[in-house]
Design a protein around this ligand. Structure first.
Ligand SMILES: *Cc1c(COP(=O)(O)O)cnc(C)c1O
Length: 445
């Protein structure tokens, strides 16, 4: 190819294991020929990322494969348009197409989740949560969320986050021995600390959270309840997980995890809170909404309303169970003993490894996960005891229980060969061949 020197320059550290030489940009991959011409460096990186996502078994539970339709909508001219405000009340002219687009996304969100009101403007999950704080609290008010090392999110009041430094944060956790939330303990803490906002939701909790119990506690102490369903939104949409909508004052969610949309977020709430929430998002926290993202969200919500997506959501859960059983069968120690949702958390130290060393070895072998703390972890967050994995991405590729058993086998082999680079590379080759039979939404190969 004519721009070989560009390729060499563009080769990023993260892709170094997969040289770009052997495939043609813009042909077998779906890179727009305009981009290849205009900016071969960026085009090369996109092509390399497509290939990387195709050739690996991606098990990071917050990731997925957005469809080609979602990618196209997100890459559209709606990125050109400013539209501060809401439909019918904007601060810029020329909203003939944005207004119906945003209203369509809102209508689809409300119908899919059975919510009275939806705001589709938050830029991502973190600002969506901050908007809820801004709507319901004053600086210094008490919030109560799940601690990060126990599976909560940074934005649930963790100390390094703005939510833990501009507000008075008290944190609940899980029981160390069972890995489960003890609702009696949550209630005791709430009665003692009297939070104004309670948060339920997690990034690393493999079990179903009892939203009704959380709401009962919130009611008892006069708190609002925010349920952050970022990880499980796709499962909820597909009926494979109980919905928080009837129990929460506000529900926040990202749109890019199990929901399989573009990177973005939404807030769902009852009609009586609609004005407060909308005002907090704009003008409270944000300027112009990302209309191209709104377009992608609308498409994703349309996809999530299909019967096919229901099957997908249920298969995510079946696959997680099968993978959990497979891993337990190979002697891995699962936090809480298994999973009810899309994710698995395991303590890998009994097998003589740390989470980080194992995650590195797995990545080299073509199995992408992330290291994670486990409840009560004696190790530091940057090199913890655990590994977190999930099934939304592999399920998007059409993998099922049989494939999960195979993946569990590779996990065991990698664990036995953490320092054996030759064997890890052999496994990576097997994984690449295996993946060739499972097409990825959004990637033409
Ligand atoms: C991913 C996630 C977020 C944050 O979303 P970003 O889009 O990364 O800002 C918030 N809460 C939970 C529970 C999440 O899993």
């Amino acid at each position: 190819m004519m721009w070989g020197h560009d390729r060499a320059r563009a080769r990023p550290a993260a892709c170094h294991q997969q040289p770009l030489g052997s495939f043609m940009l813009g042909k077998e991959l779906m890179i727009d020929p305009h981009l290849v011409q205009a900016d071969p460096e960026v085009a090369a990186l996109i092509a390399a990322e497509e290939r990387r996502e195709f050739e690996k078994i991606r098990l990071i539970p917050s990731e997925n494969y957005a469809s080609r339709a979602v990618l196209e909508a997100t890459g559209s001219v709606f990125t050109n348009k400013y539209s501060e405000g809401y439909a019918g009340k904007r601060y810029y002219e020329g909203q003939q197409c944005v207004d119906p687009l945003e209203q369509l996304a809102i209508a689809r969100a409300k119908a899919l989740f059975g919510a009275d009101h939806a705001n589709v403007q938050p830029y991502s999950g973190s600002p969506a949560n901050l908007a809820v704080y801004f709507a319901l609290l004053k600086p210094g008010d008490t919030v109560m969320g799940m601690a990060l090392p126990h599976g909560g999110h940074l934005t649930h009041g963790w100390n390094v986050s703005i939510t833990g430094s501009y507000f008075r944060s008290v944190q609940y956790g899980v029981q160390i021995d069972t890995g489960l939330i003890d609702y009696g303990q949550v209630r005791e803490l709430a009665l003692k600390e009297r939070p104004k906002l309670m948060i339920a939701g997690a990034t690393a909790y493999p079990r179903i959270i009892d939203f009704q119990a959380m709401r009962a506690i919130a009611d008892e102490v006069g708190a609002h309840l925010l349920v952050d369903m970022a990880h499980i939104a796709g499962l909820v949409a597909g009926g494979a997980h109980p919905t928080p909508i009837p129990h929460a004052h506000v529900v926040s969610t990202t749109t890019h995890k199990s929901l399989r949309g573009p990177r973005g977020a939404m807030l769902l709430c009852k009609e009586e809170m609609a004005k407060m929430i909308d005002k907090a998002v704009f003008p409270g926290l944000q300027g112009g909404p990302h209309n191209h993202t709104t377009a992608g969200i609308a498409v994703a919500l349309g996809e999530a309303a299909t019967d096919e997506f229901k099957v997908y959501a249920h298969q995510i859960v079946k696959n997680a169970r099968a993978l959990a059983e497979g891993l337990a069968g190979h002697g891995f120690k699962l936090v809480s003993g298994g999973t009810d949702n899309h994710l698995i958390l395991m303590d890998v130290t009994p097998r003589g490894m740390t989470g980080k060393a194992y995650a590195r070895a797995l990545d080299r072998a073509g199995l992408e996960c992330n290291y994670n703390t486990v409840p009560g972890d004696p190790r530091k967050p940057f090199d913890p005891s655990g590994l977190r994995l999930g099934t939304p991405s592999v399920t998007s590729r059409g993998m099922r229980e049989t494939e999960m058993a195979k993946i569990a086998g590779w996990f065991s082999r990698v664990a036995e060969n953490v320092a054996n680079e030759a064997e890890l590379d052999t496994i990576a080759g097997e994984v690449r061949d295996f993946c060739a039979a499972f097409p990825c939404p959004g990637i033409a190969r």
